[in-house]
Design a protein around this ligand. Structure first.
Ligand code: NDP
Ligand code: GDR
Length: 353
């Protein structure tokens, strides 16, 4: 019998890679997608199966993490062996503008799914993965951060994810459910959402190289992140649910890079060298050959409270899951730039608010 998985957030970066992985392992994969006025399935088009096909193994359901009746019905229909809760309002900056919605989807959404499992009496059948995050660590308490480092969330997003983290631990302890938190550090790819900083940078470098954009406006260039490749991180999610005993795991590379450095690499990868001038809000990056200003700091992208440094210690995942990252952040940047050079040949530039 093929295993059945349900993925929320199936149309997102991780949802797309996880669907591919589970299909390659012979799973039947159900995904929850939101209704949208335009197509939002671009990342999963290549695995989409028409509902009229016989032997359909990839099945999409309309749904939303803010709608419990919908979630209960979808879980009842799929009877999943594994649920991966990846859906979220996942943008930290945007969470300051939509804090209530973020709490509803990211915190209560996780609770709704756990309750759906209980209401349907699937506690002993269904394993649960929660997309927890390094943003839980927030204000630096310890470096590098492990499963035991205290949390100090610094945004409505992180505070919502903190609730989700603890409700998962509580349902594991209270009801003996197989629930695990993956505390994942930033992971990127050519499928990364266009407003997260790495993709914003690689798209802009490609567009500026091709003469389709003049300037890249960014926020805090000093922030440091532990960036890995999303395709490798979804493997870790699956490995967590294959363990006999549920637990919480950090997935990270153990290496942190400044946003400024990532900008330099991306422009280097399109054959441009940056010459930085000024400091803080005045800081600007000039193309060393033409002398044109191509990068500028815009305070609109600063966050009311920032997370300065995230660097993870993935030793527990190495030892217990046998999980390891493979792609270096330098290679990740190059891969994203190369893909964006292809995308940008035909793309129209969308302006970020
Ligand atoms: P994305 O933003 O790419 O994808 C989020 C997904 O959630 C999309 O499919 C989106 O749908 C869906 N979604 C948003 N709100 C709702 C809702 N109310 N109901 C149902 N679906 C909804 O995120 P990633 O793939 O990068 O991340 C996956 C998860 O992992 C998220 O929970 C994120 O917070 C978490 N995480 C991500 C990390 C990273 O570095 N990528 C690191 C640590 C944690 P739509 O396509 O319609 O917008
Ligand atoms: P993050 O990712 O907040 O870590 O959350 P993001 O790429 O948005 O920011 C990383 C760092 O870059 C700084 N920054 C900018 N960020 C954006 N988005 N746009 C800019 O113009 C810009 N300039 C500088 C940010 O201030 C920050 O310090 C991601 C998401 O995927 C979360 O869902 C996930 O939980 C965490 O990673 C781990």
């Amino acid at each position: 019998m093929a295993k059945v998985a349900l993925i929320t957030g199936v149309t997102g970066q991780d949802g797309a890679y996880l669907s591919e992985l589970l299909l390659s392992k012979g799973y039947i994969v159900h995904g929850i997608k939101r209704r949208s006025s335009s197509f939002n399935t671009g990342r999963i088009e290549h695995i989409y199966q028409d509902p009229h096909e016989i032997d359909q193994r990839f099945i999409l359901h309309y749904g939303d993490l803010t709608d419990s009746t919908n979630l209960i019905r979808v879980v009842q229909e799929c009877q999943p062996d594994e649920i991966y809760n990846l859906a979220a309002q996942s943008h930290v900056g945007v969470s300051f503008e939509t804090p209530e919605y973020t709490a509803n989807a990211d915190a209560v959404g996780a609770l709704r799914l756990l309750e759906a499992i209980r209401i349907l009496k699937l506690e002993s059948k269904t394993r649960f993965y929660q997309a927890s995050t390094s943003e839980l660590y927030g204000l630096v308490q310890e470096v590098p951060q492990t499963e035991r480092t205290p949390f100090y969330p610094r945004s409505p997003y992180a505070a919502a994810k903190l609730y989700a983290y603890w409700i998962v631990v509580n349902y594991r302890e209270a009801y003996g459910m197989h629930c695990s938190n993956g505390i994942l550090f930033n992971h990127e790819s050519p499928l990364r959402g266009e407003t997260f900083v790495t993709r914003k940078i690689t798209r802009a470098a490609a567009a500026i190289r091709l003469g389709k954009q003049q300037k890249l406006y960014l926020g805090n260039l000093d922030a440091k992140r532990d960036w890995g490749h999303a395709q490798e991180y979804v493997r870790g999610m699956w490995q967590m649910l294959q363990q006999d005993i549920p637990d919480d795991y950090v997935l990270a590379t153990g290496e942190a890079t400044e946003v400024r450095k990532f900008v330099e690499w991306a422009f280097e990868d399109v054959g441009m060298r940056l010459d930085w001038r000024g400091h803080g809000v005045d800081e600007k990056g000039f193309d060393a050959v033409t002398g044109k200003c191509i990068v500028e700091v815009d305070p609109r992208y600063f966050r009311p409270t920032e997370v300065d440094l995230l660097i993870g210690d993935p030793r527990k995942a190495h030892e217990k899951l046998g999980w390891r990252h493979e792609t270096s952040v330098r290679a990740l940047c190059r891969e994203m730039v190369n893909e964006d050079l292809k995308v940008m040949q035909t793309a129209t530039i969308m302006k970020e608010a």
